[in-house]
Design a protein around this ligand. Structure first.
Ligand code: SF4
Length: 103
C-alpha cells in the first residue's frame, strides 16, 4: 500500500520454528535481492500448523541487523569458534535433551 511496485518474499513453513528464525532467512534473501537491484517491499511467513500469516520486517535497519548477525556467525565458523551459546533458543534446540549446557 503506497510502496510502489516491488517483490514480496513469502515463506510457507511446515515445521516448528520461531518467527525470528524465519525472519532472518527472509531478511538475508531480501538483502541479496536488493544488492542486485530488486526492490523487496514485503516479507511474510505462513505457518501451516495453524494457518497463521505473520508480517516480517524487511526495512533497511532489519536487513543491516540480519547481515551483521550472519557476518558474526560466518566469522565464528571461519575462526573455528564453536563456543557454546546457551540461551532462549535452548527450548527449541534439537540437542536440548543431551546438551549439558542448555538453559
Ligand atoms: S541446548 Fe545446548 S546446543 Fe542447544 S542451543 Fe542450548 S546450549 Fe546450544
Amino acid at each position: 500500500m503506497g510502496q510502489g511496485p516491488g517483490i514480496s518474499i513469502c515463506f510457507i513453513q511446515d515445521s516448528v520454528v520461531s518467527k525470528d528464525e524465519v525472519a532472518m532467512q527472509v531478511q538475508l534473501y531480501s538483502m541479496g535481492l536488493k544488492m542486485v537491484g530488486e526492490p523487496v517491499i514485503k516479507g511474510s511467513v505462513t505457518f501451516l500448523e495453524d494457518a497463521s500469516t505473520n508480517k516480517l520486517e524487511v526495512g533497511d535497519a532489519e536487513l543491516q541487523t540480519a547481515g551483521a548477525t550472519a557476518g558474526n556467525y560466518i566469522d565464528g565458523i571461519m575462526n573455528r569458534d564453536f563456543t557454546v551459546c546457551p540461551g532462549k533458543f535452548c527450548g527449541q534446540c534439537n540437542y536440548k535433551f543431551i546438551c549439558r549446557y542448555r538453559k
